[in-house]
Design a protein around this ligand. Structure first.
Ligand code: DGP
Length: 114
């Protein structure tokens, strides 16, 4: 599959403000933040979209969400709450085709999203 800007960040070929990493997951601040806290949680494994994920990725998907929840707790966001988002393909608003979970917090979120 094709490389993306997130692949370059994972390989440290371009800079990013990395806030968390482990063997499977990297998290860094979004370049265009939509909330006071806006962090992207990406698997090191290059999966293009949620639609491209398979049963063998189930544990990895869980790790992404748990890493986001843990970071939100650490940043003091958990009590008031926050939002996690996975955009998929064109109608989902996905622009970078390396699966990622957005963590947005620090302000009230609205529903429905745009
Ligand atoms: P999405 O639309 O769900 O594919 O979100 C992609 C996000 O990635 C978007 O909020 C902006 C962010 N982004 C794009 N390029 C870069 C980059 O080079 N560095 C960082 N930190 N974020 C980026």
């Amino acid at each position: 599959m094709g490389d993306t800007i997130f692949g370059k960040i994972i390989r440290r070929e371009i800079p990013a403000d990395i806030v968390y990493e482990d063997d499977d997951v990297l998290a860094f601040r979004d370049l265009n933040p939509q909330a006071p806290v806006h962090v992207l949680f990406v698997p090191r494994k290059a999966i293009a979209t949620l639609d491209a994920a398979s049963a063998e990725d189930a544990e990895l998907l869980g790790k992404l969400l748990l890493a986001a929840a843990s970071y939100a707790r650490q940043e003091g966001l958990a009590e008031k709450g926050y939002r996690t988002v996975v955009n998929c393909n064109e109608h989902g608003g996905q622009t970078v085709f390396h699966l990622h979970v957005h963590l947005l917090g620090g302000r009230p979120m609205h529903w429905p999203p745009g």
